[in-house]
Design a protein around this ligand. Sequence first.
Ligand code: BTN
Length: 325
Amino acid sequence: MNSSPKPLLLDILKKLNATQFVSGEDLAEMFQISRANISLTLQQAKTFGVDIQRIHGKGYRLATSIDWLDASQIQSLRQETGSVTVLPVIDSTNTWMLQHPDDFEHGSCLLAECQTQGRGRRGRQWTSSIGGSLTFSLRWDFPFGIARLSGLSLATGVAIARALHRVGLTSAQLKWPNDILIHNKKLAGMLIETQGDALGPIQTIIGIGINVHLTAEQREEIAQSVTDLSEHFTHPPSRNAILAILLDELHSVLKVFTEKGFAAFQSEWESLHAWQNQPVSIMQNTTTILQGIVTGVNADGALVLRTPHGEEIVHAGDVSLRRAS
Ligand code: BTN
């Protein structure tokens, strides 16, 4: 999804719910625009993953209710401090934070209801929809340089897994280096980018995306086996509640990481690894470059494999991990 929504789309959607119809006339009155303009704007909702029911003579209703992101609710539910900013629809929270470094201080969080150009790892796209995703970036500054950041994405994965377990998703696991899986399907991912002096101090932008409700179209677009929160809950916890818990876990993990590095999370990470002790292939693009059994990760977050030729250490970078058939 690369196009931007019409300016009033989110504001109009926020006036709708899944129980009562709101007439086009009332909406037109509220926003001081024509009924035709309301209709035209709401036609765009589907592109952003929102299903609208329209009945002639009655008006508009959401097919499924949306729990809107709310900074003050998030703040009231969390223990840690740090600013939380919610923006309606932007290109990407990571891009936005990188482009506005002075607007975000250490520990602050930027959320978007929807991203139009969400970025994944290895140049991939990260799709999201209005109300169907949790997409945010957290700025975290470290007093040291890039060399001591190895294992940061794995430690971040531990924070995400802890938060998911706390909301009841005890089957959430990690896949090296930084995927979050449920029953081997991807639920969430992270993209960590840096700014500042590589020798330190360094600022990181920790971008996290969690699938809350994927539409059928999104599932088709994504060339991976994926899952979302709605598959695992009859009534998923609100995105605001999940984010409050996740921010607390991230703050706690990142403070320890700053002091002790990834070594402090090594054994917890291994216990969460979906493919621990399993045969895997290390791929570079589509070529298998190594095969072995995962024995764990080292104190830098590199993957440790047992192979017929002895122990091999694999660093994250351009490689990816597949389960060996
Ligand atoms: C991946 O697994 O490929 C990483 C996905 C990271 C997506 C998040 S969503 C919030 C932040 N903004 C982005 O553009 N990307 C990250």
